[in-house]
Every structure is written in structure tokens, then in C-alpha cells.
Design a protein around this ligand. Structure first.
Ligand SMILES: [Zn+2]
Length: 116
């Protein structure tokens, strides 16, 4: 079965952008990052070239899964520029824990009108 794009609600789209804004502020990366939502067979991936990180998140995912994928891929980028980004090693999971904690804080600070 081919994955079909899922539409987010207006509130969910706003929250997605708020997460991105605060992740950039509180969990900065060592280079600029471009985050795209697009048709993927996986939930997401991350990559880099000489200047930037690139995070892709599958648009077939629902809102909750997109947020979780964003945290996961952000942690990969946090690992750094020179190390192998694809490893799910202890350093990755430590970084994922930090990103996840930041996401929980961002979620708790969401404007009231964006609560579900
Ligand atoms: Zn991964």
C-alpha cells in the first residue's frame, strides 16, 4: 500500500513551527538546518553537506509521529558534523534524551489556544 500524505490541523501546523523555533533556540546545531516534510518510505532521515544539515520527515505520519521523528532526527544532527550521524549508539541516545526533554518543556509552554 502506498503511503498517502496526512493533513495536519491548523493548530498542529502552528505547534510544529513552534517546536522548530524553540529547538533552534534551545538545542542549537553546529550548522544551519533545513527541515522538510515530504513523501518518504521511512518516517524520516537526516543528512548534511558542506554547509547545512537536512532533516526530512515523512508526510504520511500523523502529528504525534512527526514530532517524535523530528526529535529523533534532531538528535542525529546534534551528534555533530564529523562523527557518523547514522549510529544509534550511546551518544545518540543521550542526545535524544536531551532533545526529548526540551520537547517536553516546549510542549508545556505552548500557548493555551493551541491545546487540543
Ligand atoms: Zn536514527
Amino acid at each position: 500500500m502506498k503511503a498517502r500524505p496526512k493533513r495536519l490541523t491548523h493548530k498542529q501546523r502552528r505547534k510544529w513551527h513552534i517546536y522548530l523555533y524553540w529547538l533552534r533556540e534551545r538545542m542549537p546545531l553546529s550548522a544551519p538546518v533545513i527541515v522538510r516534510t515530504c513523501l518518504l518510505s521511512d518516517s524520516g532521515d537526516s543528512n548534511r553537506d558542506s554547509a547545512r544539515f537536512y532533516i526530512r520527515v515523512g508526510n504520511h505520519l500523523d502529528y504525534r509521529a512527526r514530532i517524535e521523528t523530528l526529535a529523533h532526527e534532531w538528535a542525529h544532527c546534534r551528534i555533530g558534523w564529523d562523527t557518523v550521524m547514522l549510529d544509534h549508539n550511546a551518544a545518540f541516545w543521550a542526545e535524544f534524551g536531551a532533545v526529548d526533554a526540551a520537547m517536553v518543556t516546549i510542549s508545556a509552554e505552548m500557548p493555551e489556544e493551541l491545546e487540543d
